[in-house]
Design a protein around this ligand. Structure first.
Ligand code: FAD
Length: 138
């Protein structure tokens, strides 16, 4: 859930910067590649938000054992999505995005840490795959 918030903050800063900063004679927000990138980030963010919501709902109603596949999916999807969104935000901010002048580099490093600290991606992917294979055997 925190990663959804971090990504939202990244989107907000991206849009603010794109509507303010001019590059090659026009606002960043008027460049076609920017429009396509921000749209794709919003799609990824909303997909992940629903997955996190589903994991939370399953935890509440089914318990952690039955919810473990969806939890594992959220644990892989959320940091990877946040990294993508924050990476774009850093790119749009140029050199400032790499500095301590914005919160972006900090949020990126925190998101990257979770791909290990919350269990490596590979371990969660193994859980998802095991459940998938088990389901196919039934
Ligand atoms: C900031 C931080 C906070 C942490 N907080 C906690 C905590 O609160 N509770 C807790 O229990 N632990 C915590 N950890 C430990 C964290 O869970 C472990 O670092 C993590 O499980 C990876 O173990 P490892 O560091 O020994 O790396 P290794 O086990 O050596 O793994 C290194 C890499 O090997 C690969 N790998 C590992 N296992 C598999 C596998 N099964 N299949 C395929 N590839 C694999 C992955 O690429 C992985 O990144 C924290 C770690 C950090 C950095």
């Amino acid at each position: 859930m925190r990663l959804i918030g971090a990504a939202e903050r990244g989107m907000q800063l991206t849009v603010e910067r794109a509507l303010k900063r001019r590059a090659f004679g026009k606002l960043i927000a008027q460049h076609g590649s920017f429009l396509s990138d921000i749209a794709k980030c919003r799609i990824e963010l909303e997909k992940t938000r629903l997955l996190v919501l589903e994991a939370a709902d399953q935890l509440d109603h089914l318990g952690n054992k039955k919810a473990r596949g969806t939890i594992a999916m959220a644990k892989v999807a959320a940091p990877n999505m946040a990294l993508k969104v924050l990476d774009m935000a850093m790119q749009v901010h140029g050199a400032a995005g790499l500095s301590g002048d914005t919160v972006l580099a900090h949020l990126w490093a925190t998101s990257r840490t979770l791909r290990i600290a919350d269990g490596p991606d590979e371990v969660h992917l193994g859980t998802i795959a095991k459940l998938e294979l088990r389901r196919a055997k039934l």
